[in-house]
Design a protein around this ligand. Sequence first.
Ligand code: GLN
Length: 509
Amino acid sequence: MVKEQGTGKREQGTEAIKGKRLASVENIAGSFVERPKAIAALRAQIASGSVRASGLAAEYYASIEQKNPHLNVYLSLTKERALAQAARVDDLASKGDPLPALAGIPVGIKDVLVVKGAPATAGSKILAGYHPPYDATVVSKLEAAGAVLLGKTNCDEFAMGSSNENSAYGPVRNPVDTERVPGGSSGGSAAAVAANMAVATLGSDTGGSIRQPASFCGVVGVLPTYGRVSRYGLIAFASSLDRVGPFAANVRDAATMLSVIAGHDPHDATSSPAPVDGYATESDKPVEGMRIGVPAEYFAEGLDAQVRAEIEKGIDALRSAGCTIKPVSLPHTKYAVPVYYLIATAEASANLARFDGVRYGYRSPVPATLSDMYSHSRDEGFGAEVKRRILLGTYALSAGYYDAYYRKAQQVRRILAEEFLRAFAEVDAIVTPTAPTAAFKIGEKSDDPLAMYLADIYTVTASLAGICGVTVPCGATSAGLPVGMQVLATHFGESKAFRVARAVEAAHL
Ligand code: GLN
């Protein structure tokens, strides 16, 4: 049910989706998977006038209206802004003017990125009622390229989680099987593409939050190199790890999206001036002669046998396409999960200190003292997982423990990064499973944080090393659940990762 929000000044032009009681699973017949058309095909239709951007936006809103009560993908819609943008694109098209790369393409934005005037919750109650006064750089870039912003997608609270069950606004359901999680933390953005509730979306990835949900929902997800994409307007989780990247239904579309959002941003000192490639064109190049590394550490205990079998078929497909497959060694991989959870929680405890009930969102009603206001607002506003991480992170940073935990974790992080760089001296890309299992059931791991953390085993190392990667659908389990292959490349090696991912996609496993 998509309801109009009140007409309070700050809320004009946006709609929050209320009454998000999920339809019961018994009522759901079949899966919600329905892939969008490719960006290039849609754009050509818009340019020729056979499809109107306004009509397309209306179609997507109708699809959202129908599916959102079942899947809980969108938290709010930006209809007024979307329709105004679609009208501008239609106007350009009718004049025969050249159209930008994403003209009329309906996109969704993870609710950790700010869109001017639209609610930005980060999946948290503590940000309820916050309407940022500016657009994230990636949002401005998408719009400048003609994209139509449909709305904000659901996610784990402050992007902390691997299942989307940590959202204060209810879990997202996996469009492939609604009893299962879509992955997380960018579960809404992955599910939106799988269910054709957007043609492409943006997410954020700190330790796997784009790659793992993309793999669980059977879509493509990109972890750009640290610094490749501006984070101005991203609500911070762990600043030395956070990245923004796209989801799309195919590799070429994901590459097109990355070319639009990448590049230096004067508002983000951590963004790189390195030139941005035409990633879609680069992804068209053949893989023949490329050297592909396979690390034994990613095929060890804990990897589901069916997932392993599908990834092995993917590796065979690369061999058939003319790649040389070589073993590579990443022996410190086993330390990546503890190192990640030390660094990520330490940085989160610092970043989340700003949510104190004073400047943003939720404030506890009638606290007795100033100190009560801070503690009650934080206690009532944050969910259990976020509190767990703030406590862990504060502990790891506290005097006397800093050297034993945070500094040590940073030292091991350096070793993990060096191991990757040594491997990339020998190979063009490294392939691994994206996750050790396919999508798990809602509730299956929610009472066991350690089991949930361990599920990040294949994604956190690339996050710590700052390198880039693409996850691409690579077959399915016997139950029809998608499997994803992670293709990693060195810093600013996105073009190579896209090429390899295209070859896996072309094998139709
Ligand atoms: N699942 C990981 C975590 O919970 C990664 C989250 C992310 O990448 N934002 O921290």
